[in-house]
Write a protein that binds this ligand. Structure first.
Ligand code: PMP
Length: 359
């Protein structure tokens, strides 16, 4: 029947009505300084390239290990976790998607803090779940007061980004604990940026049967292009994720690359140290220029320019100077731009361009 005569969409109603996730720009033109998607400015450990070269052999015709056992063993050793309480994913986004499929049905409540990672509401919409937004305080901190806690009633799945994005701030453990203890559903602590922080919440996944901690190789391990994430939690929760995941969700090369990156601890520590030092130096300079800069525990900073320069003008004027940062025309965050930490050279160019925008 012709479309016009049915006046019906082929899509599920929620898919028809929703907006898809908008990823940061991956520019096609060369020569831009790319500070917009929180990638690591340094390449992955040289052991990764060496391992990948060695893996380009006839074994590529074989499916990868569906359970990523060797990778899980290495993660188990590094983080002192039982290997059977770890699941690997095609990036942390795959893990988040699996959590929605496993724990939150159509019409169930899916909660997240606002502002935080803009993928969470999109995942809720895809599933046809009911979105519950938990507002962060003005300084983007969690305040676990009774009005906020009461919103957790009946929530099946709660996403917490720790440290938070896009603000970059660390959320106090005591407040998180109160939120976790109030939630009868599953709590996923998304620690995508935690390797740039002074602390982590892995112990919550060990302690609480309803808590999962999710991580990624995209940021601290500089492997965003290979898509590797993982999660840990109770046997019951990890068992559920294993049930719903694609059998071969992490490809052969990615598994090997992640293992090689884990093996090079010295290189990892050095890259983290450099990014943190550049973050502190950049924050200091922006502050001296009159910007308000949130205290970052991540590989990006969230900063508000001094009036009369608006965040949008700052973003646009940087873009005109071939420097890409991220700005959202959204409530509560439109006065800020998010700047990923690049190399010292890149950040010097960024600071010089910022000085020009202030003149
Ligand atoms: N969580 C947060 C908070 C993120 O910012 C990102 C990266 N956009 C992810 C998860 C996804 O990371 P991955 O590249 O592993 O899918």
């Amino acid at each position: 029947m012709p479309y016009e005569s049915t006046c019906m969409s082929y899509l599920r109603r929620n898919i028809d009505q929703m907006h898809g996730y908008v990823p940061g720009e991956q520019p096609k033109v060369p020569g831009l300084i790319k500070l917009n998607t929180n990638e690591n400015p340094y390449p992955p450990s040289p052991r990764v390239a060496e391992t990948l070269r060695g893996a380009l052999n006839p074994r590529l015709r074989l499916y990868p290990d569906p359970s990523a056992a060797a990778l899980r063993e290495k993660l188990a050793t590094r983080y002192d976790l039982p290997a059977n309480q770890i699941v690997a994913g095609n990036g942390c986004d795959d893990i988040l998607n699996l959590c929605v499929r496993a724990f939150c049905g159509e019409g169930d409540k899916l909660a997240y803090f606002s502002p935080s990672y803009s993928l969470y509401p999109v995942l809720a919409d895809i599933q046809g779940s009911v979105r519950v937004e938990l507002p962060l305080a003005d300084d983007f901190q969690i305040e676990a007061h009774p009005a906020l806690l009461s919103k957790l009633a009946g929530v099946k799945l709660l996403f917490i980004t720790q440290p938070n994005a896009p603000s970059g701030v660390w959320l106090p453990r005591v407040e998180l604990q109160r939120v976790i203890e109030e939630t009868t559903g599953v709590v996923v602590i998304d620690e995508a940026y935690v390797d740039f922080a002074a602390d982590n919440c892995l112990d919550f996944a060990r302690e609480y049967p309803n808590v999962l901690v999710a991580r990624t190789f995209s940021k601290s391990f500089a492997l965003a292009g290979l898509r590797i994430g993982w999660a840990t939690g109770s046997v019951e929760l990890i068992g559920a994720l294993n049930k719903v995941k694609d059998s071969y969700n992490v490809n052969r090369l990615s598994q090997l690359a992640a293992e090689a990156a884990l093996d090079d601890r010295e290189y990892f520590d050095d890259a983290i140290r450099k990014v943190k030092a550049t973050r502190e130096r950049t924050s200091h300079h922006l502050h001296a220029l009159g910007f308000f800069v949130h205290q970052s525990q991540t590989n990006f900073i969230f900063a508000k320019p001094p009036a009369p320069l608006t965040a949008r003008q700052w973003f646009e004027q940087l873009r005109a100077r071939k420097i890409l940062v991220r700005w959202w025309d959204a409530d509560r965050i439109r006065d800020f731009a998010r700047v990923s930490i690049g190399t010292d050279e890149e950040m010097n160019a960024f600071l010089e361009a910022t000085r020009e925008t202030l003149r």
